[in-house]
Ligand binder design. Structure first.
Ligand SMILES: *[C@@H]1O[C@H](CO)[C@@H](O)[C@H](O)[C@H]1NC(C)=O
Ligand SMILES: *[C@@H]1O[C@H](CO)[C@@H](O)[C@H](O)[C@H]1NC(C)=O
Ligand SMILES: *[C@@H]1O[C@H](CO)[C@@H](O)[C@H](O)[C@H]1NC(C)=O
Ligand SMILES: *[C@@H]1O[C@H](CO)[C@@H](O)[C@H](O)[C@H]1NC(C)=O
Ligand SMILES: *[C@@H]1O[C@H](CO)[C@@H](O)[C@H](O)[C@H]1NC(C)=O
Length: 460
């Protein structure tokens, strides 16, 4: 656990270095240290894809929300299916759907072991749906270059379109399986967890409940403190080693001052290269940062160099930039004086300028809360929502934007001090600590209640 967690933090650190250091050396997306999924990639234990699922494609409508002729276009949406334990449509056996994140669905399907682990108990059909504009679910005939060419083609990439894809695919699949009465439960982690929770709120007639793991749905529109993200990272570091915290905190000034001096950039690059050549000799921060980045960028052990702009992202997450520039305005870049990073304010205007330049769009920072809510969430969901589990591990910097309090008898927060980014959804292992086993047991119990309630209602 401890090593995983250090990697996790180092990765964050690494990308933060890129953010604070001169953008000319390491051009990177401003004020967005890391996408939610980049974090989780570091702590995942994946299963071989072989034999876990079958791959299918479904013809999906490009634009669910208007009748403008160009909206009638379609694309092939990929989904993965596992019916090994399904009890079948005659028994109205449940369907568990993973609402895909910002990346290749195979990667999520291989890492969401919880669903495979519980499938036998519920006799559930497992379905993992890929998010549009990621992996193989690329509009414009699967041509990624055209899909990401300009705002006219990328404009159909949004969370609302993705949710509508999931709803129409699920309804169509149930019809094909003659399983219209089978209850559907949606699952997701990180951005996928946000989608799962929102799906339950927007499509209660399609899903009877949602397990939203590490879903930072409150990380919008100043609902939570702009410092929460780095405060948690800082806390994580301090709990491991106060000394480590001090060394790293002290290093930013040094890096920045070096960079400002004549020849400083070259010196920094050289320092980087030295630690790259032999990470063991560079007994400095660079070497450690490099080692940490390797975990993510060189997980295959075959990378020749790391493309930190994201173009060679091994998990296909690089397209997040468009979403982060339109509606996913999750500000995590503020650092107060205790932060392990340099004290700074999030520069929203810089991000907006970047977005205009890179994508020709103006961000809509209030759209997510307009569409899905978030402000005074307890007050709202208490009277309106049901059957949602929000899991959060407090070591996860994204937990600052999570739902951490119980809202009602059926909108529940499971919070674990020791937990990391959606650990509950991973394959169970012998080394799992007791608290993690307990979390999963409670999740199974709660989902079991939703399903039996549904069958009772159906019988009436
Ligand atoms: C489906 O999932 C089960 C575990 O729930 C696993 O044993 C099986 O190998 C998987 N594969 C396929 C193709 O159904
Ligand atoms: C965007 O790219 C598409 C596909 O190449 C092209 O047809 C269209 O004219 C472009 N739109 C703009 C506004 O440049
Ligand atoms: C349902 O069946 C039709 C006809 O075979 C097919 O075109 C469609 O893609 C299927 N739906 C799903 C979700 O696979
Ligand atoms: C990636 O890992 C392999 C195996 O450990 C190593 O030989 C290679 O140099 C690494 N690539 C980079 C860019 O560090
Ligand atoms: C919410 O309620 C559940 C079930 O009663 C309980 O297990 C859990 O600890 C509560 N969560 C919080 C954050 O108090």
């Amino acid at each position: 656990m401890a090593t995983r967690f250090i990697f996790l933090s180092f990765c964050l650190l690494f990308s933060s270095t890129l953010t604070i250091s001169n953008a000319k050396i390491f051009p990177t997306f401003p004020s967005s240290r890391i996408t939610p999924e980049k974090l989780s990639s570091l702590i995942s234990s994946s299963k071989d894809s072989q034999g876990l699922y079958k791959t299918k494609y479904h013809t999906q409508i490009l634009d669910h929300f208007n009748y403008n002729p160009q909206s009638y276009q379609t694309f092939q949406q990929r989904y993965l299916i596992n019916d090994t334990h399904w009890g079948g449509s005659k028994n109205n056996a449940p369907i568990f759907v993973y609402t895909g994140n910002e990346g290749d669905i195979e990667w999520f399907a291989q890492n969401t072991g919880f669903m495979y682990d519980v499938a036998p108990k519920f006799k559930a059909l497992l379905v993992f749906i890929e998010h549009r504009y990621y992996g193989k679910s690329m509009p414009y005939g699967g041509n990624k270059e055209i899909a990401y060419k300009n705002a006219s083609t990328t404009g159909y990439l949004s969370s609302t379109q993705a949710l509508a894809d999931y709803a129409s695919l699920i309804i169509d699949l149930k019809k094909n399986l003659t399983a219209t009465d089978s209850p559907v439960v949606v699952f997701g982690g990180s951005y996928g967890g946000m989608l799962a929770a929102w799906f339950r709120l927007k499509y209660p007639h399609v899903a009877i409940g949602a397990l939203a793991s590490s879903a930072p749905i409150l990380n919008f529109d100043n609902i939570v403190s702009p410092y929460s993200f780095s405060n948690i990272i800082t806390q994580d570091f301090r709990s491991v080693s106060e000394n480590c915290y001090k060394v790293i905190k002290g290093s930013w000034k040094q890096i920045e001052e070096t960079a400002k001096k004549p020849g400083g950039l070259e010196k920094l690059q050289k320092a980087f290269r030295i630690s790259i050549d032999d990470p063991k000799t560079g007994n400095d921060v660079f070497a450690k940062l490099y080692g940490a980045a390797s975990v993510y960028y060189n997980y295959s052990g075959t990378a020749k160099c790391f493309d930190l702009n994201g173009d060679s992202d091994p998990h296909g997450l690089s397209e997040w930039g468009w979403q982060a520039c339109t509606e996913m305005i999750m500000l995590t870049g503020g650092d107060n004086k205790d932060s392990i990073f340099e004290e700074s304010e999030e520069d929203y205007d810089a991000r907006a300028r970047y977005c205009k330049e890179a994508y020709g769009v103006d961000p809509r920072p209030n759209w997510i809360t307009t569409e899905f809510g978030g402000h005074k969430i307890g007050l709202v969901l208490k009277r309106f929502a049901s059957n949602i589990i929000f899991f959060n591990g407090l070591r996860d910097p994204w937990s600052g934007g999570g739902v951490l309090k119980n809202i009602s008898k059926t909108v529940l927060a499971l919070v674990e001090k020791e937990g990391a980014h959606h650990v509950d959804l991973r394959f169970s292992t012998k080394e799992d600590p007791q608290w993690l086993k307990d979390v999963r047991r409670r999740e199974v119990e709660i989902i079991g209640k939703w399903i039996s309630q549904y069958f009772q209602d159906l019988a009436q």
